[in-house]
Design a protein around this ligand. Structure first.
Ligand code: CTP
Ligand code: MG
Length: 458
């Protein structure tokens, strides 16, 4: 039988180094408190069964009110923590009843944890009683004595900077804490060091990520804000396309490329999928045609669960030389078209608690010469998705931006000519990631779709 997996989120600290009266986990970034962002990572992870939050008693009312307003499904306990981090993790760990469970301990102030790291921690718990997450140190680390003189310069290649989550077999970490209590040692800042101290088994180290920062000092808030702007996620393979069965899906831009693939794949998995494009007189930049298309689907199918808008045009050349009407068309299709789809689609998705997928491109993070308008419309899509996700949070409708790398579509062929097929994503791969995103509980995210690296170094 599968071991039950708990996430214990440590949030009982007071954030002294941040220096605000509000503990840092309750500060807001990108429209939500830091702890909500962190909880979302675990709540949306298909392998996490339950989440316990460990807090300072005085923050309980505040947290409870926050949780009442959000849509988390897996939080089953809110526990009172202790004066030190170790006391707080002791409380969290001992609230787990099953001895054969896995426990992932995570700092509430690391909101950029990826699902990839969580997966690797869980995978390695099959073999090891403890798993840590760490990144190589780019700076040289030195040891100093009381007079602030260097006493040692350890070899950098052997050093790592620890992050969280740290994963454990429940029985092993409970034992470690018991032994530590007997010794009255309450002063470690992480739990893996207890496993090491009492020699309770191998501690495997998973490669962490630079962006998985611990928000500690005031300047980290600026950095965190920037990371939120450009943060992307990958869609997890644990999501089953079988869940599309009998769902109703609408695709705009469905006559070719990614849109066509989405339609085909959704139908193969039992969805009722309706495709629109200029071929059947639906142009996303024409609001009337979008409204009518959705109305007709709703009348014939009785509901709409998912809407994907893949309609897009790409023109190139120096802006100053390009035809104005053509530039306006690019903005109308790529940007205003998505606004039309969102505005017309929301009333149906509100009824079904559904999801919208829009399309961006890797050029959203920085404007590209010769593709100035295309790349700026794609940046606009990301801001649209981030802003809308916040505006519709209470509706339980999700909205995300799919960010495929170069894909073998007719649009790409037209603009870039024939390219080696192994350098391009198959539209079916993008379609699969899009459908999985719409089935997931992600919202406000940029979902990266990349080729699995088929050649080393590519
Ligand atoms: N933590 C906890 N219980 C404590 C101390 C810390 O649950 N008694 C949690 C914090 O809430 C935080 C994580 O452990 O999510 C990492 O700790 P740290 O960054 O040190 O947070 P604070 O202790 O709040 O900050 P500071 O040390 O600056 O006071
Ligand atoms: Mg602390």
């Amino acid at each position: 039988m599968k071991n039950k997996i708990y996430a214990v989120i440590l949030a009982a600290g007071t954030g002294e180094r941040m220096g605000f009266t509000t503990p840092k986990q309750f500060l807001k970034i990108a429209g939500r408190t830091i702890i909500e962002h962190t909880l979302e990572v675990f709540d949306t992870h298909p392998r996490i069964d339950e989440i316990f939050v460990v807090i300072n008693e005085k923050d309980r009312t505040y947290l409870e009110e926050l949780l009442l307003k959000s849509n988390f499904y897996k939080i089953t306990k809110i526990l009172n923590g202790g004066k030190t981090r170790q006391e707080s993790s002791y409380v969290g760990i001992n609230a787990v009843r099953e001895d054969d469970a896995y426990i992932l301990l995570h700092d509430s102030v690391r909101p950029f944890l990826s699902h990839r790291v969580i997966n690797e921690v869980i995978d390695n718990l099959e073999k090891y009683p403890a798993v840590d997450v760490a990144i190589p140190s780019t700076d040289t680390i030195i040891r100093v004595d009381e007079e602030n003189l260097i006493s040692d310069v350890p070899k950098r290649a052997e050093l790592r900077r620890g992050q969280t989550p740290q994963g454990f077999w429940a029985k092993t970490i409970k034992k470690a804490h018991e032994l530590s209590l007997e010794e009255r040692r309450l002063e470690v800042t992480d739990d893996c060091s207890l496993i090491l101290r009492y020699n309770l088994g191998g501690i495997y180290v998973v490669e962490g990520e630079e962006k998985n920062i611990k928000i500690t000092h005031p300047e980290d808030l600026f950095l965190a804000d920037k990371i939120f702007q450009i943060n992307t996620v990958r869609i997890d393979n644990g999501i089953e396309l079988e869940n599309l069965k009998d769902k109703v899906l609408v695709v705009f831009g469905a006559s070719k490329g990614i849109g066509k693939s989405i339609l085909k794949l959704a139908r193969q998995h039992g969805a009722r999928a309706f495709g629109f494009s200029r071929k059947n007189e639906v142009a996303v930049q024409n609001m009337e045609s979008v409204r009518n298309a959705l109305k007709n689907v709703y009348y014939s199918a009785g509901r709409i669960d998912f809407i994907a808008n893949t309609a897009g045009v790409l023109g190139s050349g120096k802006l100053i030389h390009r035809d104005l009407a053509e530039l306006h068309e690019e903005i109308e299709v790529n940007y205003l078209g998505s606004i039309n789809v969102v505005k017309a689609g929301l009333e149906y998705l509100d009824k079904s608690k559904g999801s919208i997928a829009l399309f961006t491109s890797s050029s959203y993070t920085r404007g590209r010469a010769l593709y100035t308008v295309y790349s700026s419309t794609k940046a606009a899509i990301v801001n649209l998705v981030q802003g809308m996700a916040e505006e519709i949070r209470s509706m339980d409708v999700r909205i995300n931006a799919i960010n495929p790398e170069r894909t073998a579509t007719p649009m790409r062929l037209e603009n870039f000519g024939v390219e080696p097929p192994e350098t391009l994503l198959d539209p079916d791969e993008v379609a699969e990631a899009t459908l999985k995103t719409m089935l997931s509980s992600f919202t406000g995210m940029v979902v990266d779709v990349r080729r699995e690296s088929r050649f080393p170094g590519v």
